[in-house]
Ligand binder design. Structure first.
Ligand code: FAD
Ligand code: NA7
Length: 467
């Protein structure tokens, strides 16, 4: 499907929330007649999964898929939103509009996926995505002044002829390639060792003693989900600082694990030693150690690298790749995330304005200085409150520049959410918020998070109606 044949050709990689927001705003503005026909780019969106949705598509698969591609999915059964839905709500498509009434603040994965689809269906975006096509390589050819892109049709198991593009918009996400550290003795550990990327069900932890390595969102959820599904104990091991929540008695925190080991005899357990010299008996190891920026299909000089940051270096407006100077490779959603859907949406609208000529870039020196100033500020931002304030400013700046039309600042909701988490990490998902955009007060959940097992949309909607 082609939006329109014109001079600029755009290769959009990935149809998760970020990529779909690009298609959404392009189509919206096209239908509103806000883009002159000669400025409408021809966009080809390649998605390697069999549907739009990105991480919000659940897959039972781990490792490689039926086509030999790395499985993108990192979400598991029983995943409930980790932030309030009021903090990611699209102003032009509220949860109330989608569900026809109030729903609790922390919905399960399927409900959020359903919401995303509702907004995409407004403009029938799915036919604009070339599904089951994986981008294999992207190079910039200075002689042609084009990006040369090789794509594989997964169903036909066929590499397509190289295609030329003026722009590449990379929306492939950065929570799919696990960061897997080594710990002394781990190859001899007698129990299962897995990264959260490969987690699908928590049921196997019932009756087990679990070690969770990491101290961020995945670690927090791994600890809570393990005990929710019957683990007898969870020890969380941190590298920099503990999560320091008021954990249930069965969860504790230790400094970094230094060695693991165990007995090879059937039925014998394993152990972990920590940098304070203490030891624990454990059966399972969950590596909640985050993800790598990993874009193997992008030519070396186009690749973003580094840790998960609020403002990765080298991106003007957190979006335009500055190295090389052609400014025609864009990254969406490459940031660490408090804001999610609305941040991607502001970034997408900014991108569409840029692609259609409504936003002009300043000089290279100005862009580099602007990006550097954000990077420097991000480096000074340490606490959750500072991080939230930082990302709010980032999102609002993008929204202002792109004439977004709504105030996306939901920092108050995030601050309150952080307070709830500090009060009680086991109950914060049972709290309720008011929507900034519909004014709707969320009802309490049908069941508290620590008791809710059925994560289906059907069950969720039935429980909202008190059935
Ligand atoms: P993704 O959703 O990762 O989508 C990227 C797309 O690109 C995928 O469809 C992928 O198949 C495709 N792709 C990748 N490589 C290629 C290629 N070479 N060729 C073609 N297609 C390709 N956010 C929240 O708001 N609330 C939450 O509760 C929440 N929970 C999370 C829990 C987990 C375990 C994880 C990992 C993330 C969570 N997130 C959550 C954050 C999540 O990153 C965002 O919500 C969102 O999915 C990011 O959207 P995206 O489009 O940038 O990337
Ligand atoms: P994050 O937020 O990037 O956090 C990664 C965590 O892993 C963090 O606490 C790191 O410690 C820790 N880590 C990384 N490497 C190591 C090693 N070598 N040893 C010990 N600990 C390590 O990733 P998450 O998976 O939690 O969250 C990603 C997204 O998924 C997020 O948006 C959520 O919504 C769900 P550090 O603090 O850097 O010392």
């Amino acid at each position: 499907y082609k939006l329109k044949m014109t001079n600029k050709r755009v290769c959009l990689i990935g149809a998760g929330p970020s990529g779909m927001s690009v298609l959404y705003h392009l189509e919206r503005l096209r239908l509103e007649g806000a883009i002159a026909p000669e400025n409408l780019p021809e966009v080809t969106c390649y998605e390697k999964q069999d549907d739009c949705g990105g991480l919000w598509n659940y897959t039972w698969r781990t490792g490689t898929d039926e086509y030999g591609e790395n499985v993108h999915g990192s979400m598991y059964r029983s995943l409930w939103s980790n932030g309030p839905k009021e903090a990611l709500e699209y102003p032009d498509y509220t949860f109330e509009q989608h569900f026809g009434g109030p729903i609790p603040s922390f919905p399960p994965r399927e409900a959020l996926r359903d919401y995303l689809w509702g907004r995409w269906n407004k403009y029938n975006l799915k036919p604009m995505v070339t599904l089951l096509h994986s981008v294999q390589s992207v190079n910039f050819d200075p002689a042609k002044d084009k990006f040369t892109v090789v794509v594989k049709d997964l169903k036909q198991n066929k590499l397509l002829d190289t295609k030329d593009f003026d722009f590449v918009v990379n929306c492939s996400g950065h929570f799919s390639t696990p960061n897997v550290p080594y710990f002394k003795g781990i190859e001899r550990f007698p129990g299962r060792v897995m990264h959260t990327h490969d987690l699908r069900s928590w049921r196997e932890f019932s009756g087990k003693r679990v070690l969770v390595v990491g101290a961020s969102y995945s670690a927090e959820d791994s600890a809570l989900q393990s005990i929710k599904f019957g683990a007898t104990s969870v020890v969380c091991s941190y590298r920099s600082k503990p999560m320091d929540f008021r954990w249930p008695d069965s969860v504790s925190e230790r400094p970094l694990v230094t060695e693991v080991g165990g007995d090879d005899r059937v039925g014998a357990g394993g152990w972990a030693r920590f940098s304070d010299g203490s030891m624990e008996q454990i059966d399972y190891i969950i590596l909640a150690t985050g993800y790598l920026h990993h874009y193997p299909y992008l030519a070396e000089q186009l690749r973003l690298r580094g840790p998960n940051l609020l403002y990765p270096a080298g991106l003007y407006k957190g979006t335009v790749w500055l190295a090389g100077g052609n400014n025609r490779l864009l990254y969406l959603g490459a940031q660490d995330q408090y804001y999610t859907y609305t941040m991607f949406d502001a970034q997408a609208l900014w991108t569409v304005r840029y692609l259609t000529g409504a936003i002009q870039l300043p000089s290279s020196a100005e862009m580099a200085a602007d990006a550097k100033a954000w990077v420097n500020r991000a480096a000074l931002s340490k606490t959750d409150q500072e991080n939230i304030a930082f990302q709010t400013d980032f999102v609002v700046d993008l929204a202002n520049q792109s004439n977004y039309g709504y105030d996306l600042d939901v920092s108050k909701i995030f601050y309150e959410w952080e307070d709830h988490r500090a009060e009680d990490i086991t109950t914060y998902k049972d709290r309720q918020f008011v929507s900034k955009f519909s004014g709707q007060q969320a009802p309490p959940p049908g069941q508290p998070f620590m008791k809710a097992i059925d994560d289906s949309l059907e069950h969720f909607l039935a429980s909202c109606q008190g059935k």
